[in-house]
Design a binder for this molecule. Structure first.
Ligand SMILES: Nc1ncnc2c1ncn2[C@@H]1O[C@H](COP(=O)(O)OP(=O)(O)OP(=O)(O)O)[C@@H](O)[C@H]1O
Length: 257
């Protein structure tokens, strides 16, 4: 599903959060949104989800105005949003039951999706009985089970440790490659953006405008790590972080493929 932000602005009272944001996101693209805290990234996701109304401009999904939430556009947060009184399978199946799919079929599909995210054997566990990473895996299964056409991910792995985050990023990449939704990913993790995204938009302080856009589609083809390292340095620089102090950047600079 193609998403179009056409001259979107958003104000909360006197607070100008977004000004004249225009971009088109093609079907199947993964676009990472990075920028300073409080600049308005989540607000953009909420507008795309139909949870917030823009103060100006239009948001279109396949050329149709977004008028409110729709199961085709799924939002997933950092905090584990599973219902604590339901098992993992019940949590995942719920997404289908809302769509009036028979309970038994929904449970079968929930088991299949839990297996895809490496949670086979944990279907009947409650969220408090599994780790934070496993809860986010279940949240991923719940996000994908209804085959969303647009996936809006707000720091989905922000609360996890680095190692768990990397395994979850791998799983997310596999799921996206299979299902090909259009994805907007808000992240503070520049490496996550570089690893997952086709495009990266770097935002300014509030009111958010795009400082620079990076296109990564050709990098995947060439596996040019030096180009990744240069982008990484530029993005960190735009965010006010000095990449030359960063060990990984130095390692990547020296890498040859
Ligand atoms: N419902 C609301 N009412 C009033 N102000 C709001 C509301 N939602 C967000 N804001 C304000 O809008 C600004 C942007 O918030 P938003 O959550 O979009 O930023 P963000 O870039 O996602 O931040 P972070 O990276 O820290 O999550 C903030 O100053 C916030 O206080």
């Amino acid at each position: 599903m193609k998403l179009t932000f056409d001259n979107i602005s958003k104000q909360y009272g006197d607070l100008h959060v977004i000004e004249n944001f225009s971009r088109e996101f093609e079907e199947g693209q993964l676009v990472a949104l990075v920028g300073p805290s409080g600049c308005g990234k989540s607000t953009l996701l909420h507008i795309a989800a139909g949870l917030e109304k823009a103060s100006g401009g239009n948001i279109l999904a396949n050329s149709e105005p977004v008028r409110g939430p729709h199961p085709e556009r799924t939002l997933m947060f950092q905090e584990n949003a599973l219902y604590p009184w339901l098992t993992l399978a019940q949590n995942v199946a719920l997404a289908l039951e809302f769509q009036k799919i028979d309970k038994k079929k929904a449970r079968e599909q929930a088991f299949q999706w839990l297996e895809k995210v490496n949670l086979k054997g944990f279907e009947d566990y409650y969220p408090h009985q599994v780790s934070g990473g496993m809860r986010q895996r279940a949240a991923l299964a719940r996000a994908f089970i209804s085959h969303p056409k647009v996936l809006l991910l707000d720091e989905p792995f922000g609360a996890l440790d680095a190692l768990t985050r990397m395994t979850l990023q791998d799983s997310l990449r596999d799921l996206i490659r299979e299902a090909r939704p259009t994805v907007l990913l808000v992240t503070h993790d520049v490496d996550e953006a570089l690893f997952l995204a086709d495009r990266i938009l770097v935002f300014s302080n509030r009111p958010a405008t795009v400082l620079k856009e990076f296109n990564l589609t050709h990098c995947e083809k060439t596996h040019d790590l030096s180009e990744f390292a240069a982008m990484r340095r530029q993005i960190l620089g735009l965010l006010g972080i000095h990449a030359e102090q960063d060990d990984v950047a130095k390692l990547l600079e020296g890498a040859e493929v």
